[in-house]
Design a protein around this ligand. Structure first.
Ligand code: ATP
Ligand code: MG
Length: 251
């Protein structure tokens, strides 16, 4: 991996790119995943690469939803596996929820490589290679899921999901938590709870909120009190406010 100097002003962002390039080289990330990441980066710039207060509120709601779920499942695609393997595993252990490899550009080989990659990082329970059930309303290859995983889950965390599949999961009666930097994406609009934040920051926040809630601390936000549309509007307001306050100044 290319060594990014820690003093570089864009260190964190460059490191993410390096992880994704390594993911491509290891056969776990798709080329299209790079384009999707670029779209995310643009939105991250607009929010100043920090967690907005509305995103933190969505994270609280997501934590409450995951902790009260009967059968939560965490979906992992090629970008998630390359960027935050340790964090999805930690979350899976905290919630006693399986990870399921769930990729848009499906090949048996890539599913196997992602599963092995997660297992090398210590994951004990990775689904997705059976692909013995289908999400109704989605065309063939992209509809594949595991019967004992996403297919029968009541709450699914889909960090970076495609809009169509998010809609189809909702139609199946599931509660869907999305992490997506684009508040205007179809995914963000369809999800039950959309966390508009960078994947790494959102996962770190989600883990710490869940740890606090498990200790009996936290805000006690009820999922019923959370309105996703209202929250997305709050995100857009925060984004606009930030842009209005932005002064270009001298470099
Ligand atoms: P729609 O949801 O409108 O159907 P899409 O899902 O087809 O759009 P893609 O570009 O395929 O659009 O999806 C990638 C989404 O993931 C983008 O909205 C992008 O903002 C988001 N994204 C990519 N990388 C990250 C990241 N590291 N953290 C958070 N969000 C990200
Ligand atoms: Mg999307």
């Amino acid at each position: 991996m290319f060594r990014v100097p820690e003093t570089h002003p864009r260190y964190k962002s460059l490191m993410k790119r390096e992880k994704l390039v390594a993911g491509i080289e290891a056969g776990i990330t798709s080329k299209q995943g790079l384009i999707a990441h670029g779209r995310g980066e643009a939105f991250d710039y607009l929010i100043g690469e920090r967690t907005l207060s509305a995103a933190m509120k969505a994270t609280e709601a997501a934590a409450a939803l995951l902790l009260t779920a009967k059968k939560p499942v965490i979906s992992v695609n090629g970008n998630v596996a390359a960027l935050v393997p340790e964090k999805v595993i930690e979350l899976s252990e905290l919630l006693d929820a399986p990870l399921e490899v769930n990729i848009f550009y499906w090949t048996e080989e890539r599913v196997r490589k992602i599963k092995e990659h997660l297992e090398r990082h210590g994951a004990a329970h990775v689904l997705g290679d059976k692909a013995d059930a289908r999400i109704p309303g989605i065309e063939h290859a992209r509809a594949r899921v595991d019967r004992e995983g996403i297919y029968s889950a009541d709450v699914v965390l889909v960090p970076l999901e495609d809009g169509d599949r998010c809609e189809a999961l909702i139609k199946m009666g599931k509660k869907v938590i999305a992490i997506d930097l684009n508040p205007l994406s179809r995914t963000s609009k369809y999800a039950t709870v959309s966390i508009v934040d960078d994947l790494e920051r959102a996962m770190a926040n989600l883990i710490s909120v869940i740890k606090e809630k498990k200790k009996g601390n936290g805000k006690g936000l009820l999922v019923e009190d959370f309105d996703n549309k209202e929250n997305l509007e709050a995100v857009i307001k925060e984004m606009v406010k930030r842009l209005e306050e932005e002064e270009l100044g001298e470099l």
